[in-house]
Design a protein around this ligand. Structure first.
Ligand code: CMC
Length: 431
């Protein structure tokens, strides 16, 4: 017999089904709760709410497991490149060689921006944050590709997904070039996905920039590690917007906006700024840890803690190892890496962090790799967005393909003023 949960509320007892996931995680299905009891649930911050059934990514935060389509992240990171990972995440299976070749050709075909789109960069001030430019330009893709607005057409989805994956690099690199006043460098068909991006970022008319293969691999690895992370804030946003049957471009653009905040993707920029500040002021590690614990301060150790991981974030482990490798390959020593390692060691030995199960997350070391490669700090979250593109696309598609799909529309518990007259409310203002 299938498992049920019994709830008694207002003197009424109801039985609700329990859903069991592939990895034995349990959820009480409350779809009929309001109809049966008149009650809704309250879960501020959604810490106990499963918003969907998903086949894409599995996380066990207690033991630090992350799998894309059932495969451990460490294995994907070691054996695949970003485009193969993207195809795995979006399609649910690895591509055949022919599928891979065809998709790579589609990525190349779509790497240029419409000339009018290129001209739009001139409208943004050079000081604009590249995340603001990215969200605007991805949304603008809806204007430039009106033939891809039929959301239930699979061929259109395939083309829109390739366009997004390909053009996000071009938009990102153009926004950087615009911000530093250099001419835009067009993509080149002969270069691989990540090499092409680095070339657009760092080639200038007066240099012969050739990306180092180890740097290309390090950045590709960062993209792979960011490819999906189940129902985080930005992915939930993409699903929320997509549930209204909004098109893929505009739904993903909303995801980019959600990613920008410093509690989410913006944390990689915030970590680097925190480390730079500590270095510049010469703060001691003890004083930084003390500030994190001070209830009168809103300072947090950026790059630490996670809503789901109550153990090591498996991505952070891989990134830390890659960080050491890249810095030694480039012959760079970075005092910020030493500070980060000391902070990590101090936090992991401090009862405040131990009791709250706060560990380094994906953002703690990623910025140090990006800095070593020469990526400016305000581009860090943009690179996160490039990496997260497959996850947003896959989650939008899963929402679209759900046969029982309904618009996402949570309820609320109203705590405002009780019914009162218009005159009463006016009198309050006059007094
Ligand atoms: N430094 C100091 N204290 C912390 C930190 C931190 N980084 N993170 C959580 N805490 C404390 C928090 O003050 C609270 O303490 P208390 O119980 O005494 O009030 C407790 O730990 C639980 O924190 P919470 O805010 O309820 O946890 P949450 O699940 O709502 O937030 C988080 C998760 C990631 C937003 C939070 O850990 C945080 O702000 N971390 C720093 C920002 C960061 O690195 N974000 C990137 C997350 S991973 C990548 C991504 O999602 O994009």
């Amino acid at each position: 017999m299938s498992e049920t949960a019994t709830i008694t509320v207002g003197g009424k007892t109801v039985e609700l089904p329990v859903i069991t996931g592939t990895e034995n995680e349990k959820a009480i299905d409350i779809a009929k709760l309001r109809a049966l009891t008149g009650c809704i649930t309250f879960d501020d911050g959604y810490g106990n709410t499963g918003s969907c059934l998903s086949n894409i990514t599995f996380i066990d935060g207690e033991t630090g497991i992350l799998r894309y389509r059932g495969i451990d992240i460490a294995e994907v990171a070691e054996k695949s490149d970003f485009i193969e990972t993207a195809m795995l995440v979006i399609n649910g299976k690895f591509p055949t060689s022919a599928e891979r070749r065809a998709f790579s050709s589609l990525i190349v075909e779509n790497e240029l921006l419409h000339e009018n789109m290129r001209v739009q960069f001139q409208g943004f001030p050079p000081t604009a944050h590249p995340m603001a430019v990215l969200t605007a330009m991805i949304n603008a893709m809806s204007c430039f590709h009106p033939h891809l607005m039929e959301i239930h057409d699979d061929a259109q989805f395939h083309e829109a997904a390739a366009k997004l994956l390909s053009k996000v690099r071009t938009i990102a690199a153009f926004s950087y070039k615009h911000s530093i006043g250099e001419p835009l460098i067009y993509p080149t068909a002969s270069r691989g996905y990540t090499e092409n991006f680095l070339h657009m970022m760092f080639k200038a008319p007066n240099n012969d920039y050739v990306p180092d293969p180890d740097v290309v691999r390090a950045l590709d690895l960062l993209f792979i590690l960011h490819a999906d992370h189940e129902q985080n804030c930005s992915t939930s946003t993409v699903r929320m917007v997509g549930s209204s049957q909004a098109n893929l471009f505009t739904s993903v653009s909303a995801g980019v906006s959600a990613l920008w905040g410093k509690l989410h993707g913006g944390a990689n920029q915030a970590v680097l700024e925190m480390l730079e500040g500590i270095h510049k002021r010469g703060d001691s590690i003890e004083s930084v840890i003390a500030k994190c614990k001070d209830k009168n301060s809103d300072f947090r150790l950026m790059g630490f803690g996670h809503r789901v991981y109550k153990n090591f974030d498996p991505r952070a482990k891989i990134i830390k190892a890659a960080c050491d490798k890249v810095l030694s390959k480039l012959g760079k020593e970075d005092p910020l890496l030493d500070i980060a390692k000391q902070l990590e060691a101090a936090a992991l030995n401090d009862s405040y962090f131990v009791d709250r199960k706060l560990y380094p997350n994906v953002d703690f070391y990623s910025g140090i790799i990006m800095r070593a490669i020469g990526i400016p700090t305000n581009m860090f979250t943009v690179l996160f967005a490039i990496g997260r593109m497959p996850g947003w696309i896959a989650n939008w598609k899963e929402t679209r393909d759900n046969a029982n799909a309904r618009i996402y529309r949570p309820r609320q518990i109203y705590m405002g003023a009780a019914k009162r007259s218009y005159e009463e409310a006016k009198r309050e203002v006059i007094q």
